[in-house]
Every structure is written in structure tokens, then in C-alpha cells.
Ligand binder design. Structure first.
Ligand code: ZXY
Ligand code: CA
Length: 458
């Protein structure tokens, strides 16, 4: 049961996809701590293959568990963890332990280790032939044995049933725990047996500050396959991909906003659901049947993410991307394996090809809303003519207008008083009268969201 995010009540992680460690440290200090983010999901920090075209997925082909990657050295990683922790922002590491590099690859990895996948030779760990499953390719996702014991697109599949393999993976995660990380995203968890993941978890230390590391498992279950998210809820949070589809559809047809949590679809219970609008893979067009919203449709994306953060379901992650034109394209680079710095413009947006969705007002300012209303349920639900609004207990009130305009008196469930609209950073306010009613006005097609909280600025 690793479901406590250890975030002092903060509710949202941001995925700073492919950011360098030095840039993440700066973002913790200048933005994430001020906005109340729980933490950062960082790209895989272990040694990975270098491919000439430097596709983003090269980081998902491990060579060893040495902490030197395209994002920086171990020293830079340690500095990032310390500086983020110093301002109350935790680090969650994306760990790739289902496999090592793909067959047909050999050479030197990002930490200088030699390897040869066809010989199952990974001296940087070390792993050798007996630590891997025999080669068969996953062809039938309808067979849970094949999905776990065969190779995903020729990626050399580790045998997590093997004690030595369990020990080496645990050693990797314990090293990260010693450095101060708060938990892990388990990449491709669907391709590992829950019992094997559990055996590895049992080899892990408590966090230095006490408590168990937080886990969230990547299980791509969109229904239709025998492997279900529920098989992994005993091990922590589990990614709920159907919610991304539901929210993506609902911002295009507001009538569906009342039914984005649909247990009829087999969706994971809220206490174990790890939820998001898009992720680093499906924002590139894989899966989701075209209903996945990304930064490429800014208005719909802001509404989808604002609703993700306002709704009373799951533990939330906000995606932060770089611009791309082809699905394999890596992060902004001046060439080779270089990654460009993240630059911050005068208006708070990012430059150098970084999108920084987490800094968009309807997104970054909703993080404080979600923290303030944690643990409360939706009430006073209002949904008509492309407008939605609801209160969260008596702690907060949220409204959103598909066309950017709303002018309606509604019950907010809040005590009388003047409240800042968090989204406009107080440039607009709301007065709640003695009966809890307020005149709700939205007039911004770009940020068509209003959010107020008790105890917020006024
Ligand atoms: O066409 C591709 N892959 C085949 C379709 C996507 O399949 C993959 C899935 C996958 C997709 C759908 C599923 O239902 C599923 O159970 C697994 O998970 C991965 C996880 C990894 O750590 C590394 C990978 O290369 C993959 C992968 O190729 C391209 C070229 C190689 C990498 N890649 C990719 O597209 C890379 C995708 C990728 C990489 C990292 C991820 O965490 C991820 O979710 C997807
Ligand atoms: Ca496997």
C-alpha cells in the first residue's frame, strides 16, 4: 500500500519531460514551490542508449542504473533533489526496470558503459543472459503471460522473478531513496508481474523522513485487454488512461462532463487512480482514438486540465512538453545529445521550444485550488448551455464556460465574502452573499475558467 504521496496535502505532480536537472532545480525555486506543486516527475535518470537521431524514447532503453543520462550527471541530480526538497517540492523518478536496451543494439551508453544486447551483456549493472527471459515477441495482448514474459518491441526483457535481478533493481531504487527522492513512476508495469514488483518493493528502505516511497504504475488499460489496472492497486497508484479519453471527449461536448468518472468502463477507484490529460507517449498520437487533448489545441487543453484539477477524482499529473513535429523527435537541441536550456520570457512563458503548459494561468493557478479542496466532494453541480460549475465542499468553487463567456448567479456553497479568481491572479473577484449565491462572470475565451477558495487571497 504505497499510496501516500508524502506531499503535506499537495495534490499535483508536473512531468518536466526531458528537462535537464539544472533547469528543474531552477523551476522548483522560481515557480513550482510558489504554486503549491507536490513534486516533479523527471525523465529516466539512469544510463540509456544514445541513438544518432536522439529520439525521446532512447531514454527508455537502459544500459545500467548509473545515474548519468542526457539530463545530467549524478552530482547535478543530487543538487536538483536537494534544491527542490529545500523549497518543499519532491522528486519522483521514472524508472525503467521491465527491460534493458533493445536487441540489435550495442556500443556505449550515456554513462560510458559498454553493452551488447544480442549477447545480453550489460557490464554496467552487471546483467548477463540468465537474467533475461528467453526471446519471444509480444504479439497477443490477450495473453497476460506473453505480455509479461515476452519482449516489447525487441526490448531485452528482464526476469524479475530472479532474486539477483530483484536485488539489482532494489539497489537502484534504494540508491535513489538515499539521495532523497519521494517515489517512482514504474514504466511499463503492465509488462511485469505484480507479485515481482511487490517483492522488489519489499526490498526497499523507508524514506529518510519516514514512510514508504510513493509508487504509481504505468498500466495502459483502455479496456479490452485481460490485464486490468486493479491487478496493480495493491502496489500503489495506477495510471488511469480511460479518464484522459473521457475528459478529452467532454471538453468537446460539455454534456459529458457529468460522467467523466465512469466505473462502467472499469475505471480505477479514486484512491488509486493516477490521472492526467495526456502523457509523453499518447500526446504523440499513439492510442486514445484521437480524443487525447494536447498543447497543440491550447483552449481545449486548458479546459481539460482545469477540469482534471477541479474534479474530485484521482491523484493528478500535469504534462509539460516541448514542441515537436514528428512523433520520434527528441527535446530541443543544438545538435547531438545536447538539450537546450529552458528560458523564461517576460510574460512567464517559456522559450527555446519548451511549452511549459504548467505555467499557463488556467493550469498553474488551479494547483492551489486542488490543494485547498482536497478531500471534499462536488456539490451544487451546474451544467447547461456549455457552462459547468460546482463547489468542492465548502472550501472552493469552480466554473468553466466552453465559449469563454458566462454570466450567471449560482449557489457556491461558500461563506459570504469577497474572493479572488485564482485564474486571473486576482484581476477579477467574486462576491458571495449571505446565502452563498454569487454572480459568476467569465469573459476570456483564452482562459475560460474561474476558481475561488476559502482562505485564498482576497
Ligand atoms: O513504435 C514504437 N513502439 C511500438 C509501440 C509502442 O510500444 C511501446 C510501449 C507500449 C505501448 C502501448 C502499450 O499498451 C504498452 O503496454 C506498451 O511501451 C514502451 C515502454 C518503454 O519503456 C519503451 C518502449 O519502447 C515502449 C514501446 O515501444 C516506437 C519506436 C520504439 C519506441 N517507440 C515508442 O512508441 C515508445 C513508446 C513508449 C515509451 C515509453 C513509455 O513509458 C511508453 O508508455 C511508451
Ligand atoms: Ca516483462
Amino acid at each position: 500500500e504505497y499510496t501516500d504521496p508524502h506531499c503535506d496535502g499537495k495534490q499535483t505532480i508536473v512531468h518536466l519531460f526531458e528537462w535537464k536537472w539544472a533547469d528543474i532545480a531552477l523551476e522548483c525555486e522560481r515557480f513550482l514551490s510558489k504554486k503549491g506543486f507536490c513534486g516533479v516527475q523527471v525523465s529516466p535518470a539512469n544510463e540509456h542508449i544514445y541513438k544518432d537521431s536522439a529520439p525521446w524514447w532512447q531514454r527508455y532503453q537502459p544500459i545500467s542504473y548509473k545515474l548519468q543520462s542526457r539530463s545530467g550527471t549524478e552530482a547535478e541530480f543530487v543538487d536538483m533533489v536537494n534544491r527542490c526538497r529545500a523549497v518543499g517540492v519532491r522528486i519522483y523518478v521514472d524508472v525503467v526496470v521491465n527491460h534493458m536496451a533493445g536487441l540489435g543494439q550495442s556500443g556505449v551508453g550515456s554513462a560510458g558503459s559498454n553493452f551488447n544486447s544480442d549477447n545480453y551483456d550489460f557490464p554496467g549493472v552487471p546483467f548477463t543472459r540468465e537474467h533475461f527471459h528467453p526471446h519471444c515477441e509480444i504479439k497477443n495482448y490477450g495473453d497476460p503471460n506473453e505480455v509479461r514474459n515476452c519482449y516489447l518491441v525487441a526490448l531485452t526483457d528482464l526476469d524479475q522473478h530472479n532474486d539477483y535481478v530483484r536485488d539489482k533493481i532494489a539497489e537502484f531504487l534504494n540508491h535513489l531513496i538515499d539521495l532523497g527522492v519521494a517515489g517512482f513512476r514504474v514504466d511499463a508495469a503492465k509488462h511485469m508481474w505484480p507479485a515481482d514488483i511487490s517483492a522488489i518493493q519489499q526490498r526497499l528502505k523507508d524514506l529518510p523522513e519516514g514512510g514508504r516511497p510513493m509508487f504509481y504504475h504505468e498500466v495502459i488499460d483502455q479496456g479490452g485487454e485481460p490485464i486490468k489496472t486493479q491487478e496493480y492497486t495493491g502496489l500503489g497508484y495506477v495510471t488511469e488512461f480511460r479518464y484522459s479519453i473521457k475528459i478529452g471527449q467532454a471538453v468537446q461536448n460539455f454534456d459529458q462532463l457529468g460522467n467523466v468518472v465512469d466505473f462502467g468502463w472499469g475505471m480505477t477507484d479514486s484512491g488509486h487512480a493516477f490521472v492526467f490529460v495526456d502523457n509523453h507517449d499518447n500526446q504523440r498520437g499513439h492510442g486514445g482514438g484521437g480524443s487525447i487533448m494536447t498543447f497543440k489545441r491550447p483552449r481545449e487543453y486548458r479546459m481539460a486540465t482545469a477540469y482534471l484539477l477541479a474534479n474530485d477524482y484521482g491523484f493528478t499529473r500535469v504534462m509539460s512538453s516541448y514542441d515537436f513535429h514528428s512523433s520520434d523527435q527528441g527535446p530541443p537541441s543544438s545538435g547531438g545529445q545536447n538539450i537546450k536550456d529552458v528560458t523564461i520570457n517576460g510574460d512567464g512563458s517559456c522559450g527555446n521550444g519548451w511549452i511549459c503548459e504548467h505555467r499557463w494561468p488556467s493550469i498553474g493557478n488551479m494547483v492551489a485550488f486542488r490543494n485547498a479542496v482536497a478531500g471534499t466532494s462536488k456539490q451544487n453541480f451546474y451544467l447547461q448551455n456549455n457552462e459547468v460549475a460546482f463547489s468542492r465542499g465548502n472550501k472552493g468553487f469552480f466554473a468553466m464556460a466552453k465559449n469563454g463567456h458566462m454570466d450567471k448567479t449560482l449557489q457556491t456553497g461558500l461563506p459570504a465574502g469577497d474572493y479572488c479568481n485564482l485564474i486571473t491572479e486576482c484581476r477579477t473577484k467574486v462576491t458571495v452573499d449571505g446565502s452563498g449565491n454569487a454572480h459568476i462572470v467569465i469573459n476570456d475565451p483564452n482562459e475560460p475558467v474561474l476558481a475561488i477558495i476559502v482562505g485564498g487571497p482576497s
